[in-house]
Design a protein around this ligand. Structure first.
Ligand SMILES: [Zn+2]
Ligand SMILES: [Zn+2]
Length: 301
């Protein structure tokens, strides 16, 4: 039960299953034992239907990251479902009431993946587009058309009007990217031609990161999101002059609020499958073996 006025205990309606859940379960990140789950939607008895902001920071006044509203880069974070108990449960304790964001008018079991997958793609797109000049149609390249890439295509086409190219080795995923509004889809070997203002790498392997650096224009931006652990040399003459290379991690509370505003204005497409909470292990198997089409959301009866 909640013990301080800042805390809330919500009734969980559903929780998205994220690849990082597998890494926590395998003991590679976070801590065990733990209640997994950081894509949580539920009902708060005061606010109604809510989404939980999950990258909880330390909130100490001397923490520069938390004080500037970037809790996801707090060096002393305690993210839900990774370092603190999360949402694979009927009830969840949330340490600050302002981590609860209203989702009035949205279907909670469809939008749950926005809490991590959608938010991470949203911030990456914001970082990729923040230097674009107005008045000309920018060109963006999205590497990887899985769940995050699918969201990025929608954010780019709906909120920037950019020309969007998507690359992925799987033709079925490229077909989804075209349905979501991508202008051009390519197999990874076919990247080339006119350089891009921004490249977002949702894979992060050595090969994709190399492609990203080769494809960006001089002064353009490469945003690295994917966790495959690739690296590229950084040096004069090794990448296009004055190109910007940056990582992007999860998202801030302000990013999540802006994302949910967008979702309320523009119907986004969520490629989601549902399974009951007691099938959580099966959900993990599906994710591990690459058999899921989009994101899986566990439903709490
Ligand atoms: Zn996640
Ligand atoms: Zn902090």
């Amino acid at each position: 039960m909640a013990t301080s006025p800042n805390e809330a205990v919500i009734d969980v309606l559903g929780c998205g299953v994220c690849h990082s859940d597998l890494h926590v379960a395998d003991g590679h990140i976070g801590r065990t034992p733990i209640i997994l789950g950081h894509e949580v939607v539920g009902v708060d008895n005061r606010i109604g239907p809510v989404m939980v902001y999950a990258p909880w920071g330390c909130r100490r006044p001397e923490c520069r990251e938390c004080s500037s509203g970037k809790e996801m880069t707090c060096p002393d974070s305690h993210e839900a479902g990774v370092l603190d108990n999360g949402g694979y449960a009927e009830k969840m304790l949330v340490p600050q009431r302002d981590y609860l964001i209203p989702i009035e008018g949205l279907d909670p079991l469809q939008v749950a993946p926005l809490a991590c997958g959608g938010l991470t793609a949203f911030r990456a797109v914001r970082r990729a587009t923040s230097r674009w000049e107005s008045g000309r149609r920018a060109r963006a390249l999205v590497i990887g058309a899985g769940g995050l890439g699918q969201y990025a295509v929608q954010f780019l086409t709906r909120s920037t009007g950019a020309h969007v190219t998507v690359t992925d080795p799987l033709p079925a995923r490229l077909a989804v990217a075209r349905e979501l509004g991508a202008d051009v889809t390519l197999a990874p070997d076919d990247i080339g031609g006119e350089p891009y203002d921004s490249v977002i790498d949702f894979v992060g392997a050595e090969s994709t990161l190399q492609s990203a650096v080769m494809a960006v224009r001089r002064g353009g931006v490469v945003v690295l999101v994917g966790l495959f652990g690739g690296a590229v040399p950084f040096g004069l003459g090794r990448l296009p002059s004055e190109a910007w290379l940056t990582t992007s991690i999860w998202g801030s509370p302000a990013d999540l609020r802006a994302l949910l505003d967008l979702a309320q204005r523009e119907p986004l497409r969520h490629v989601v499958e549902h399974l009951p909470l007691d099938q959580a292990n099966r959900a993990h198997e599906l994710l591990r073996s690459g058999q899921s089409r989009g994101r899986i959301v566990l439903t709490i009866a």
